[in-house]
Design a protein around this ligand. Sequence first.
Ligand code: AOF
Ligand code: ZN
Length: 353
Amino acid sequence: MSTTTRRVAEAEARAMLRALELAGLGVRGANPLVGAVLLAPDGTVLGEGHHRGAGTPHAEPAALADAGDRGHDPRGGTMVVTLEPCNHTGRTGPCSEALISAGVARVVFAADDVNGPAAGGASRLRAAGVGCVGGVEAEASKHLNERWTASVVAGRPFVTLKSAQSLDGRVAAVDGSSQWITGPEARADGHRLRALADAVLVGSGTVRDDDPRLTARGGASGEEPAAGSGPALRVAMGLTPVPSEAAIRGAGFVHLPTRDVPAALDELFARGVRHLLVEGGPRIAAAFLRAGVVDELVSYVAPVVLGDGAPAFPDLGIDSLAAAPRWSLDDAGGPAVRRLGADVRLHLRPPPP
Ligand code: AOF
Ligand code: ZN
């Protein structure tokens, strides 16, 4: 390998790491996180871009525009991008065509696009004579969009169920008191979960009784909302009469007046929700478990025994040990068991269907 070839190969490898970093700046939702870096034939950086969410330019046109702003010519350059360029007209035009008309000579991408209608960019580029290499840092790119991808493949939001419970699986004491079962570290971690989801869902009864704010709050001690970091959508689901539709909307909630979990998921998917965090109360949590749609369970367990309080997951209709699904500890995204202050956090995945 000549020195120049090696230098260019190293520049491409660095550019992919940078593109992954840029991708992480995007917002989750209807579209995946994607980053791109445009290189000159000698490997120098001409432009950078990332996708900022559905309806905004894709990463590749953003990088081309950045190069233009810097007065650089993209012709003969290499686009390094974390996702196979799209080949369809969705909310924006096809990136494959944008790259071809910009005169880009080579495309290096990480993961394939799993979204049927958009896929096919690589073959379109090759047919137009653009050198196209896929699979570079594919695992990192897939990891970034793991839940989004699972959602697109399944055609419904990826569902994370969160519970905060006593050692004996209670979410409230006999007198109804429930604040707080877990300590500040566990609660802060729960707020971080909210910041990763497209929508946070609670039962309409919880909205009536607890007035939850469902904001993503930072810091171990603070209960104050961190400005601008709340989830895109707050959802109150269920038939419990809420104070009034206007009040619930005023509190920033969308009300889905149904107990039907698949119908609610369809509605949320249509609204662009790809990752849903279900926070309870117990009846909502149980409804999602009964529907068999929980993809991930994050359980905060406090070292307190409450006895006859409200169970975290009531009325599941399980009447024998043999019939009870056995979840497994999931270490994929970090340790499945973590100590948070005085509490323990469990990350679990459901048994295979
Ligand atoms: C890319 N680069 O930066 C992104 C891509 O409705 P649209 O036009 O925004 O298209 C959305 C689809 O395009 C999305 O589901 C995914 O398949 C792909 N996203 N593709 O080449 C990008 N964000
Ligand atoms: Zn695109």
